[in-house]
Design a protein around this ligand. Structure first.
Ligand code: HXC
Length: 528
């Protein structure tokens, strides 16, 4: 190429030089990344960003940053970008900041410059108050850069902690993530994994074997099933990367950009009168207390368009956490699921719901609670694993939540389950019960076994069975039902199930102006 002054200081040379550098990053390096990533069924860091954001909206930052490490022969290998793509873009027209780790450069590991880039984009997100999305595909701290890598991971953890409750933070796990690449996501609000191609562990199977002698496959140790159903580290298990991106885009549609702004509002097109779907709720509760039904059917009949997005669906399925809209506005739904373990609250269910309630409260999202709960799960295993301490989290979370809270008791609300599932006593604003509600310390059978033990012990066979039936009926007549609680004002309204959508909408409308201030303190001390 000819340059006006024939030298490399000319404008034309510099423009051409920029094009060359861009070509190195966006075509040559990208081609290498495509070859490596596609062979593993994964997209590249750049392709993932393109899939996630509005077309043409991504502005990449620090594209030409390079590491400064001279150890382990690194001086001769200084790729542009240092293994992470960072920048800002829009999703459905709303601003987000993001970083996407490139596994094809030093295993997507975080060194000093990589860290500086990620911290910079986190700081930008905090400055402007927008969600930050981290796409993780990384071996964690870059071994060659030693303590500097650790320092930057710790700095990232601090950024995550300080951003918690200020801007929504979403992590996408898109490869074999280890070390800091999983600690940081663990602090964020939502973590999405992809089936088969993504893994999360503090240390991989080789280190596990070296340290403990255990042999375990990558999938069993940190696959998407393990993390979304057993450990609960992942809030969504996507079938592929496109599905993961769809989930994140949908999720963002329910969330405000920060803890000051409101969530996006949609047109209120909800029916002002009873609909056929509303009337179906009058038939949803089975006559037998021991028979189950699917609580998602209730949620679908309350939410706008019957739509809701379940969070943590595979983990503790006895508790449902979901985002939905009512009259075009986001609400968080916490509900027992009688179709799974009768909707009992175990450790996992308590922690799942507590974290969701705290997220909603931090971001001003009103909470609808649907209760049908036989209580906390008894058992040696649960006690040894700390159900006292971990079950208490849910009481704590509801009690400190100052957002509008509306509760509907559809059927059982027994014992601790009654108290914790959005009762008046933990601060709910409007409490509704269906006539099918049974609010009591425990179920009638259990109560009779305790209260009538001596009388029953003196009887045998059919005589004992008949007496037991009579006592159970007596107990249910006197202590079951919603009316003892309604008599005390613990329940504000007893409504026919078909009226629920309209009454809940009216309650949240009533509460739009709610202001509640908690006692001043540095911070509380939730039992961890
Ligand atoms: C530098 C790394 C790396 C790392 C992987 N690579 N992890 N380079 N630092 N941490 C490089 C590999 O050398 C290899 O380079 C390339 O990335 C691909 O790695 P493979 O091992 O071939 O890939 P795979 O078989 O898919 O295994 C992925 C993996 C494994 C499970 C992540 O690489 C692994 O176990 N890495 C180490 C994980 C780890 O212990 N990290 C440190 C954690 S300490 P070449 O050149 O061969 O392609 C930490 C503390 C944070 O993170 C503190 C937070 C507060």
């Amino acid at each position: 190429m000819e340059y006006a002054d024939g030298g490399h200081h000319s404008t034309a040379y510099r423009i051409a030089d920029l094009a060359d550098r861009r070509d190195e990053v966006e075509r040559i390096a990208e081609k290498r990344a495509i070859d490596r990533q596609h062979a593993k069924g994964k997209l590249t860091a750049r392709e993932r960003v393109d899939l996630l954001v509005d077309p043409g909206s991504f502005v990449e930052l620090d594209q030409f940053a390079r590491h400064r490490c001279t150890e382990f022969g690194m001086a001769s290998n200084r790729p542009y970008g240092d293994g992470v793509v960072t920048g800002h873009a829009t999703i459905d027209g709303r601003q987000v900041c993001l970083f996407s780790q490139d596994f094809t450069v030093f295993g997507g590991s975080m060194g000093e410059v990589f860290g500086e880039k990620v911290l910079k984009v986190m700081d930008l997100a905090m400055t402007i108050g927008c969600p930050v999305i981290g796409i993780n595909d990384s071996g964690g701290a870059r071994i060659q850069e030693g303590v500097v890598s650790l320092a930057h991971y710790a700095e990232l953890g601090r950024r995550n902690a300080l951003a918690s409750g200020v801007i929504p933070q979403i992590s996408m796990i898109m490869g074999p993530c280890a070390g800091g690449a999983v600690y940081s996501p663990a602090i964020t609000d939502f973590t999405v994994m992809v089936d088969r191609t993504s893994h999360m562990f503090v240390t991989g199977p080789d280190v596990v074997h070296a340290v403990t002698g255990e042999r375990v496959s990558t999938e069993a140790l940190g696959g998407s099933a393990t993390n979304s159903e057993v450990s609960g580290n992942a809030h969504h298990r996507a079938v592929d990367e496109e599905d993961a991106v769809d989930f994140v885009r949908t999720l963002l549609g329910y969330l405000p950009s920060n803890n000051v702004d409101g969530a996006p509002e949609f047109a209120d097109e909800t029916a002002p009168d009873l609909t056929p779907a509303d009337l179906e709720l009058d038939r949803i509760i089975p006559d037998s207390i021991n028979q189950s039904y699917d609580m998602t059917e209730v949620i679908a009949r309350i939410a706008d368009d019957g739509d809701f997005l379940e969070i943590h669906a595979g983990f503790a399925p006895n508790m449902i956490c979901a985002f939905a809209r009512l009259e075009g506005r986001t609400i968080g739904v916490v509900a027992n699921q009688p179709a799974r373990q009768a909707g009992v609250i175990d450790i996992d269910a308590s922690e799942k719901a507590a974290r969701f309630v705290r997220f909603c409260d931090a971001f001003g999202i009103p909470i609808l609670t649907l209760a049908d709960v036989p209580g906390y799960l008894p058992g040696v295993d649960q006690e040894r694993h700390g159900i006292i301490r971990r079950g208490a989290k849910l009481i704590y979370a509801y009690s400190e939540a100052t957002v509008p809270k509306v509760t509907v008791v559809t059927r059982k609300a027994y014992g601790g389950g009654y108290a914790v599932m959005g009762s008046k006593h933990v601060g709910a604003d409007v409490n509704i019960a269906w006539p099918t509600a049974e609010i009591a310390v425990m179920g009638a059978e259990g109560a009779v076994r305790v209260l009538r033990r001596r009388e029953l012990a003196g009887l045998d066979g059919p005589e004992r069975a008949a007496a037991e039936r009579r006592f159970v009926d007596e107990y249910r007549d006197r202590h079951g039902g919603p009316y003892t609680a309604a008599d005390r004002g613990y329940v504000d309204l007893v409504v026919q199930p078909s009226q629920t959508r309209l009454q809940v909408a009216r309650a949240f409308r009533l509460l739009r102006g709610k202001r509640q201030v908690l006692p001043a303190k540095k911070h509380g001390n939730i039992p961890l």
